[in-house]
Design a protein around this ligand. Structure first.
Ligand code: GLC
Length: 530
């Protein structure tokens, strides 16, 4: 019998390190905090953890601006803490994936500091992307080298400060994200060697895999031509998904395979077509890519079905398993996205429970985001001065940014910091007082809580896993519903507001009690089918 790789059907739990659990009392989560809460993750029933970046960083973009790829930021702990965490995670029977950020570093990274101090054309500048500006409309004015926008607002170029001696040379540097995140020049072999070495550094410390940040962005068109109205993410356009990027992942795959058959990589790949996504999943490239469409879909049976069909079709030729996501540290929490348009209270919670059954009954792996197991909503009323996401600042407050899904987790107690930090410490983002009934402690012993629901559904998925085929079969579905079958398991999701007749089978788990053989609105059920 061929062995199924661990990630193929895994439920992976994303830990936003800064907001998970704070052991040292500085108001920010840390590695020791994670160690102290592994029991929660084991009881929850996930298979693996993905840690967002914990490397040395000024946190201009929550740690996705790395100043030292081989060290832990003192706010988050030490390398010894990391080693202890790896050992504990494995002792709990879990796997550990870490984030790797190859598209850009922090502007505090020694290489970028060296680049700023060196003249145009120097080897130090050749590790990043520096270009002369273009003449502006008026004499003496200068514009960025091209029209590329930063993902966070404003141009993707910043002019180097010339300094009193003019040593900056008047060049501009590229940053697809914040100006504190200069893009590496992947046409420079030194950058390749550096990242291969970084991968080995963490593999040697025992990580089971990598989540590759901005995986499609590494190579830019050498002509640096304007986008001229095209979407910045267009595949094989000047910025993303250029053919050269695949050579990098082929090389990385060899490195992963050189350890043992159990190390994996999942790419954060935004593309505009399934064919393009499949390129990353060729047998000698990445093991998985995130498929974000479920996260982008509205609460609609037909939208879900289209997304599921397309996602499965996209990976089918590659032999890789699909991946499913409802929320992440970059998106509005799905509980809040699922609010009823007519404002019917409680609908969002019912839908979030139902959505979990959908997610967990699909073939492939599911990526959960911390706090969804507690039914946390997006925090939409953070005070402006508390917000830290560069998107908020760069858009002049026009976009709220991503802080609302990054509020620290409530663990216990009646008031902030809800056990996230030791008592009396203020967490880095304020926590809503109405979270008191949502703490892990409050929910753990309540069979009707969201946490109990997650535990039950995950436990049942685990029990059924071996009997489920890798594909699914759509069943006749009344309007507004989604019914499908995977061998002995039928999943029925009713996205409408009115009850519908259940498909045949014996109910195993339902997100709210059934009325006889009717499935209420905004509800899902798992049934055993003979
Ligand atoms: C990815 C991360 C996001 C970050 C960006 C730049 O999209 O998920 O949080 O801001 O890359 O590194």
């Amino acid at each position: 019998m061929t062995r199924i790789p661990w990630w193929r059907n895994a439920v992976v739990y994303e830990i936003y390190v800064r907001s998970f659990a704070d052991a040292d009392g500085d108001g920010e989560g840390d590695l020791q905090g994670i160690r102290s809460r592994l029991g929660h993750l084991r009881d929850l029933g996930v298979d693996a953890l993905w840690l967002t970046p914990f490397y040395r960083s000024p946190l201009a973009d929550g740690g996705y601006d790395v100043a030292d790829y081989r060290d832990v930021d003192p706010r988050f702990g030490t390398l010894d803490d990391f080693d202890a965490l790896v050992a504990d995670v494995h002792a709990h029977g879990l796997r550990l994936i870490v984030d790797i950020v190859p598209n850009h570093s922090s502007d505090r990274h020694p290489w970028f500091q060296e680049a700023l101090a060196a003249p145009p054309g120097s080897p130090e500048r050749a590790r990043y992307i520096f270009r002369p500006g273009r003449p502006g409309e008026r004499p003496g004015e200068e514009e960025p080298p091209n029209d590329w926008p930063s993902a966070f607002g404003g141009p993707a170029w910043t002019r180097v400060d010339d300094g009193a001696d003019g040593a900056g040379g008047g060049e501009w540097y590229l940053h697809l994200y914040a100006r504190e995140q200069p893009d590496f020049n992947w046409r420079n072999p030194e950058v390749h060697r550096e990242f291969e070495d970084i991968l080995r550094f963490w593999l040697d410390r025992g990580v089971d895999g990598f989540r590759i940040d901005v995986a499609a962005g590494l190579f830019k068109d050498e002509s640096f031509c304007d986008l001229a109205g095209r979407d910045r993410r267009v595949s094989n356009g000047p910025i993303y998904s250029r053919p050269e990027v695949h050579e990098v992942y082929r090389r990385w795959r060899q490195i992963l395979d050189g350890y043992d058959g159990d190390r994996m990589a999942i790419g954060e790949v935004w593309t505009d077509g399934p064919e393009d996504l499949a390129l990353y999943l060729r047998p000698d490239e990445l093991h998985q890519v995130f498929q974000f469409d479920l996260q982008l879909a509205p609460w609609s049976a037909s939208a879900f079905r289209d997304v599921i069909d397309a996602a499965m079709k996209a990976v089918a030729p590659t032999g890789a398993a699909p991946t499913w996501v409802l929320s992440s540290h970059d998106s509005i929490r799905h509980l809040t996205r699922y609010e009823h348009p007519a404002g019917i209270p409680g609908t969002e919670r019912a839908r979030a429970k139902a959505a979990l059954l959908l997610l967990l009954s699909l073939p492939g792996s599911a990526y959960l985001y911390q706090g969804e197991e507690l039914g946390l909503p997006e925090v939409t009323d953070l005070p402006d001065e508390a917000r830290q996401d560069p998107i908020f600042e760069r858009t002049g407050g026009e976009l709220a940014g991503r802080d609302g899904c990054r509020v620290p987790l409530p663990w216990s107690g009646e008031a902030e910091p809800f056990g996230f930090s030791p008592g009396g410490v203020r967490p880095w983002l304020p926590m809503p007082p109405e979270w008191a009934p949502m703490t892990v402690e409050a929910q753990a012993s309540d069979p009707s809580s969201m946490l109990s629901w997650y535990r039950e559904a995950l436990a049942l998925r685990r029990r059924l896993a071996d009997d489920l085929p890798e594909d699914l079969e759509w069943l006749d579905s009344p309007g507004g519903t989604l019914y499908f079958r995977r061998g002995p398991l039928t999943c029925a999701l009713n996205c409408g507001d009115n009850p519908v007749r259940l498909p045949s089978g014996t109910p195993l788990l339902t997100s709210i009690p059934l009325y006889g053989d009717l499935l209420p609105g905004n509800t899902a059920a798992w049934l055993r089918t003979p």
